[in-house]
Design a protein around this ligand. Structure first.
Ligand SMILES: NC(=O)c1ccc[n+]([C@@H]2O[C@H](COP(=O)([O-])OP(=O)(O)OC[C@H]3O[C@@H](n4cnc5c(N)ncnc54)[C@H](OP(=O)(O)O)[C@@H]3O)[C@@H](O)[C@H]2O)c1
Length: 392
């Protein structure tokens, strides 16, 4: 297909998706009966029953170890309105999750600390009725008061993990967690003990697969030796490519999948954040050094690159960002957050974007030439990444 045809097709795809959004969302809100409305049928109804060709559906599937998921997941971290500022409403978040299911997304990402607790509750409510059709990933690792949600420090002691999982199952309204991650390495607990606890949870049928988030590389090997890992969930995007050095080669060696958090660099690589952006008080993104007034102008070169290629490929910067991650390895799955349906539908269009011939090399060479300024996380948060667990 020529580039201009590609552009036109994606423009139609995107505009139809946006036009259909409220109705598609409304229809998706009716899927709790246990039937997933197919994307085509939702789109057909939304368009008055006269078209099926404009649906924004995600058909592609990828494997994380032995776990099959949609090629894009939906990150739900900010849906409680506590991290990136308020969201429109709880009901809207439930509708977006159901719309994602309706449009072919089968992979949803939460954590006990998101909210805290509330994101798991939202996800549980939204997915009730379609539970068997989706893969739920969630995470333990911190002290969280199960009544108040008050958050304490790291805690991956085996007894604590088991208690945390019982709370998760209640909030998620399910009898099993498909993918349970440790969400940060606890420097006080050997990873062998953590893996042993997860193994018992798997034997009990409460957990199906497990993973680690931002661990040290030796910790990955040690954990995998006790209970094989399904996925590593680390930050990976056009501004932070650290996993390429050691973690991705290790995942390839061990047959572990890779889930990218912040695949859009918190929204930066969509073009939605620029040096004139002002974050509300308490918005986490304001604390990210890459977003500082000093660093952001230099980093805008990445957005410029995406804009240039967007014109050439007929894609949005967000779609190109996700397509580039997809192009790295077939076992990489990005999980962008969207608390607006329009963002969700736009992101699903990434599946249509492919790099042909030497385009991937050309794009990456241009990306390599951009010097990214500023750390990826505030110092206190960064200190919790890449940590090696103590020996037993
Ligand atoms: N394991 C970990 O340590 C860890 C850490 C952080 C996050 N995570 C997981 O990763 C997920 C994603 O990470 P993230 O939310 O930090 O970063 P992200 O997905 O890179 O960026 C999310 C931001 O981008 C915006 N956005 C999404 N699509 C867009 C589009 N097409 N155009 C314009 N803006 C768009 C979203 O806006 P709207 O919300 O307004 O749609 C939101 O503000 C989280 O939900 C969470 O599940 C895991």
């Amino acid at each position: 297909m020529s580039n201009s045809n590609n552009s036109r097709r994606r423009f139609l795809l995107g505009s139809a998706g946006l036009a259909a959004t409220p109705l598609v969302a409304g229809l998706a809100g009716c899927t709790s009966s246990g039937q997933t409305t197919s994307a085509a049928s939702a789109s057909t109804a939304a368009a008055g029953g006269n078209t099926t060709s404009t649906a924004v559906t995600l058909a592609a599937r990828r494997r994380l170890g032995s776990l099959e998921v949609s090629s894009l997941g939906l990150g739900c971290q900010t849906m409680a309105g506590t991290l990136y500022g308020p969201v429109s409403s709880r009901e809207d978040m439930i509708t977006i999750i159901r719309t994602a299911v309706d449009q072919g997304v089968t992979f949803f990402d939460a954590a006990e600390v998101y909210g805290p607790l509330e994101v798991e509750r939202i996800l549980g409510e939204a997915l009730q009725g379609v539970r068997d059709q989706v893969v739920i990933g969630t995470k333990f690792g911190f002290e969280v008061n199960q009544q108040t949600g008050e958050r304490g420090g790291l805690n991956s002691r085996p007894d604590h993990i088991k208690q945390a999982v019982d709370g998760m199952l209640q909030r998620l309204r399910t009898d099993h967690i498909d993918l349970l991650y440790q969400h940060r390495v606890d420097p006080a607990v050997p990873i062998e003990d953590v893996a042993g606890a997860v193994k018992e949870l798997i034997t009990a049928g409460k957990v199906r697969h497990w993973g680690l988030s931002e661990p040290g590389v030796q910790t990955i090997r040690r954990a995998h030796a006790v209970q094989p890992l399904t996925a590593i969930q680390n930050e990976y995007n056009l501004l932070w490519r650290g996993p390429e050095q050691q973690v991705l080669p290790l995942c390839e060696e061990l047959g572990i999948g890779f889930v990218c958090w912040a695949p859009l660099s918190y929204g930066f690589t969509t073009g939605a954040i620029n040096p004139y952006t002002r974050f509300a008080e308490g918005d986490f993104r304001a604390m990210v050094p890459r977003h500082s007034r000093e660093n952001m102008p230099a980093n805008m070169a990445v957005v410029q690159l995406l804009n240039d290629w967007g014109v050439r490929k007929g894609a949005t910067p967000a779609q190109l960002s996700l397509a580039w991650l997809h192009a790295q390895k077939p076992w990489i799955v990005p999980i962008p957050t969207a608390t607006r349906t329009s963002h969700l539908l736009e992101n699903l269009g990434a599946e249509e974007v492919t790099f042909e011939g030497n385009e991937l090399q050309e794009f990456t060479t241009a990306l390599n030439a951009i010097k990214i300024r500023g750390e990826r996380l505030p110092a206190a948060v960064l200190a919790g990444t890449g940590v090696e667990a103590p020996m037993p």
